[in-house]
Design a protein around this ligand. Structure first.
Ligand code: PEP
Ligand code: MN
Length: 355
């Protein structure tokens, strides 16, 4: 339930609404807006009788949220949420952010070279797994803690923001120490204890759609993170399982406008895992930006033939460079632009206005 206050409601009136919500046994989330404050009621599993709150002074309206995901929904919050992972690197605004880098961190030389290459081509964030969720226990599992240290070196060298995956609750804390944004992978989308831990880790979260997850499942998983008080969540379409084995996954482009209609959270797309095929990554990345994605996350490796994971879907650095140029043209055709690190840095550390 959402309590919309009058434009001129006083701080005391807002406080009284908070008190009554708490007396009723729920939690209150006051959300100051440009025009007026709304107070969200959370902790309910079903419809709450709003009559006691409706009668309070300063209350304009009580809205019942019809969706099972509450805080994630556009009913809860109409304006886009801006997710800022580093100074000036903001998802959900006019600018499209590009996260790029190898599937896994393999060595200092590999990650620093990749970081320099993707930065030169126009990425604003570096991806790279230190902890890898592999289908086989015998495949390369990532460098672990050392991988995180190398990501920190790559950030130091390039200024790129770091996006990297946490696999379990213990890992969340270690990853949060280094990452600018914690990635929760497809296989863990419904690992609810991990989602809760990520919600408490104090860093933005990039939540990938599970390979057999509906869009409602994805939004419900995001709700776990927001329920912990963290609304800095980026959603990600990365392809779902289909009967057709021609591609690794079925890249669900429609998920982009669907999610953006249902939720105020930014939505990015991963055409690398979405297709699994290098030569399909560029067309699907173009399509994702044309469909309105707030960013893309794409695998790029200095030497894909030698990659320890996902080489077949990793772009060559030159391919990535051409892709970014094409994305700029597509973005401008739809009234957006592709962010650059220079524009990010000139935005400095000024606080970003959310909603
Ligand atoms: C990855 O980003 O390398 C990854 C493992 O992705 P997903 O969770 O989408 O499979
Ligand atoms: Mn990968």
């Amino acid at each position: 339930m959402l309590v919309v206050m009058d434009n001129h409601a006083s701080a005391d009136q807002i406080e009284r609404v908070v008190q009554v919500i708490e007396e009723m046994g729920y939690q209150a989330r006051p959300m100051p807006g440009l025009q007026r404050t709304t107070v969200g009621l959370v902790g309910n599993d079903g419809r709450v009788d709003g009559s006691r709150i409706e009668a309070l002074p300063g209350v304009a309206e009580v809205i019942h949220v019809s969706k099972p995901y509450k805080q994630v929904s556009r009913e809860w919050k109409q304006e886009n949420t801006l997710v800022r992972i580093a100074p000036g690197v903001v998802f959900g605004g006019e600018q499209i952010q590009i996260i790029a880098g190898p599937c896994s961190v393999e060595s200092e030389d590999q990650i620093v070279t990749a970081a320099r290459q993707v930065r030169a081509a126009g990425a604003t964030a570096l991806r790279g797994g230190a902890f890898k969720p592999r289908s086989s226990p015998y495949s390369f599992q990532g460098l672990g803690k050392r991988g995180l240290e190398l990501l920190a070196v790559a950030r130091q060298e390039t200024g790129l923001a770091i996006v990297t995956e946490a696999l379990d609750e213990d890992g969340v804390h270690r990853v949060a120490e280094v990452a600018d944004c914690i990635q929760i992978g497809a296989r863990n989308m419904q690992n609810y204890s991990l989602l809760r831990a990520a919600g408490r880790a104090g860093k933005p979260v990039l939540l990938k759609r599970g390979m057999a997850a509906t869009i409602t499942d994805l939004l419900m998983s995001a709700e776990y993170i927001l329920a912990e008080g963290n609304d800095q969540v980026i959603l990600c379409e990365r392809g779902i399982r289909s009967f057709d084995t021609m591609t690794r996954n079925l890249f669900d482009l429609t998920a982009i406008p669907l999610v953006q209609k249902l939720s105020h959270l930014p939505m990015v797309a991963d055409p690398s895992h979405g297709t699994g095929l290098r030569d399909k990554v560029t067309p699907m990345a173009r399509a994702a930006v044309a469909a309105g994605a707030d960013g893309i996350i794409v695998e790029v490796h200095p030497n894909p033939e030698r990659a320890l994971s996902d080489g077949a879907q990793s772009l060559y650095p030159e391919q990535f460079k051409s892709l970014v140029e094409e994305l700029r043209a597509i973005a401008s055709a739809i009234g957006r632009s592709v962010a650059t690190l220079a524009s990010a840095r000139s935005a400095g550390t000024a606080p970003v206005t959310v909603g």
